[in-house]
Design a protein around this ligand. Structure first.
Ligand SMILES: CC(C)(COP(=O)(O)OP(=O)(O)OC[C@H]1O[C@@H](n2cnc3c(N)ncnc32)[C@H](O)[C@@H]1OP(=O)(O)O)[C@@H](O)C(=O)NCCC(=O)NCCS
Length: 351
């Protein structure tokens, strides 16, 4: 959950900086750096065209009580801001439901870049939030192109945690990374939700519609696991990627290698053609089994089915106690199209 925060009365000091609440007298310093093109834009807001805009935002900073002014000690000038923002969507990031934390955001005057100043400020704020306010976690986002901000986060101990498409103030969409820092004084184990956007311990879950460049490699990989022609996979993936249907294809990647995958097709070659769509081709490389990758892949399929108003999913298997643990129910036996024997058909009620 989002933790309480009130900047009023808080003054933090580092070797070269003082972090303190904003004051109306900071207006000129604020306008000076916020009006420079290419600064705010890297953090998701347009540079200020006039001082009125700076005044409007400054009043917001003062009223909302969650943003530090960063002052350069030597001159007393305000050279940046550091906000202790609410993270969102709070209801979807369920791993933090019982923990308290916030998302930080920052901007520094262009004249002061590349001197380690923001790293110095962020480290101090982390120490205050973890040690004095006892927060459990902090998040910090950055657009993919913002290498310097990602570097600041890395130097402060944040670990990339989700791949997201951010909605910008300008109404555009921008791919980015959300990074996470857990309070090292506490033993925190997270049970992650929303696996599709996760990059955790180096595992990245990839939706082929969003990342079609993986299609060829994925088809080859599925084909090598299930001995079905690559072309058959390519044809199904194409239907998904080009929105002919919403039957998804997903892979899990580590160190640029596919280590797991799953897909959805109409019918997995059995005689109950009335029971569709079918989850198929679920596979996790042996050395990566037992790490909940299959569970996460299935969860992604279910989440997307919900999104696409698919009420039931079916799945054909010879396993007899694997899918039960993930909420699937045995439905019936059904004969395989090209074999003489029958397999077990499971159902998952999406809603
Ligand atoms: C991001 C920002 C706050 C960084 O402030 P800063 O005081 O220059 O940061 P630091 O000096 O502490 O660290 C920056 C790091 O990025 C590196 N860096 C800078 N430009 C880089 C680039 N183009 N590519 C890769 N790394 C880069 C620096 O070398 C430094 O790393 P190092 O110490 O290993 O050499 C500042 O660039 C800024 O205000 N940008 C505009 C607003 C913004 O992007 N805010 C963050 C939104 S998520």
């Amino acid at each position: 959950m989002n933790a309480q925060f009130d900047v009023n009365g808080v003054i933090l000091e580092t070797e070269r900086l003082i972090l303190r609440p904003w004051q109306i007298s900071d207006l000129d310093d604020f306008y000076e750096y916020a009006s420079v093109p290419g600064v705010g834009e890297r953090a998701g807001w347009p540079h200020h065209e006039n001082k009125d805009k700076s005044l409007e935002i400054l009043n917001k900073f003062i009223n909302e009580k969650k943003t530090f002014a960063i002052c350069f000690k030597e001159t007393g000038k305000v050279i940046g801001s550091l906000g202790i923002e609410k993270y969102n969507p709070e209801d979807r990031l369920k791993e933090f439901s019982n923990l308290k934390g916030r998302e930080i955001g920052y901007v520094l005057s262009k004249d002061y870049w590349r001197q380690g100043l923001m790293t110095e400020a962020v480290k101090k704020v982390i120490s205050y939030l973890f040690n004095d306010l006892d927060y459990d976690f902090l998040l910090c986002g950055a657009y993919d192109f913002n290498k310097e901000s990602k570097r600041v986060q890395e130097k402060c101990g944040f670990i990339p945690y989700r791949k997201l498409i951010f909605d910008t103030i300008l109404g555009t969409k921008e791919p980015g990374i959300l990074s996470l820092l857990l309070n090292p004084n506490k033993q925190i184990e997270l049970d992650y939700s929303l696996p599709k956007t996760l990059i955790i311990k180096g595992y990245e879950y990839i939706d082929l519609r969003l990342n079609p460049e993986w299609k060829g490699r994925s088809a080859k990989w599925f084909s090598s696991k299930w001995h079905v022609d690559e072309e058959a996979y390519l044809a199904e993936m194409d239907k998904y990627i080009s929105h002919i249907n919403d039957y998804g294809w997903y892979i899990c990647v580590k160190d640029n290698h596919i280590i797991g995958g799953v897909g959805v097709i109409t019918n997995d070659f059995h005689e109950r053609k009335d029971l569709y769509p079918n989850v198929c081709a679920l596979y996790v490389e042996e050395e990566y089994r037992g790490k909940r990758i299959a569970k996460d892949l299935l969860q992604i399929v279910i989440d997307d089915a919900k999104k696409y108003n698919i009420n039931k999913l079916y799945l054909l298997t010879d396993h007899d106690c694997f899918y039960e643990q993930y909420g699937w129910q045995f439905y019936c036996m059904t004969k395989n199209d090209y074999e003489d024997y029958s397999s077990r058909l499971y159902v998952y009620n999406v809603e």
